[in-house]
Write a protein that binds this ligand. Sequence first.
Ligand code: SF4
Ligand code: SF4
Length: 120
Amino acid sequence: MCSSCNTSTWENKCTQCGLCCHEKAMYGRMLVIDLDSWCEFFDPETKQCTVYAERFTQSNRCKKMTYLRAMFASYIPDSCAYAKWAKANHIRFAPHRMLRFIHSKTCPPDDSDKHLHAAF
Ligand code: SF4
Ligand code: SF4
């Protein structure tokens, strides 16, 4: 494990794409992320967390990104900087999942996507 990774450099790996702050579900080998629905503390304009310093006390759903989550968490997409870091170090063990974006409010799933809608 990277001995030079202090808390600050670890947190700075985040590219602030905001995808982990959206509603998401795993459906078989697919990770579905709803681009129209997000954590109450997420600002979609800036893609920033509005309670970043207190996020773990403000939100009981917010999960700290740890080495283990980078290695095993299935809810982060392959594009996440932490998943990439783990993969680059050959320690990404979560199964590969296809990423699918949906827009539940502006473009709701049609009949053929009902199973996806039910996952949220
Ligand atoms: S509380 Fe957590 S999940 Fe919510 S916006 Fe902030 S970082 Fe994202
Ligand atoms: S998905 Fe990864 S890179 Fe994107 S905001 Fe979340 S932790 Fe940061």
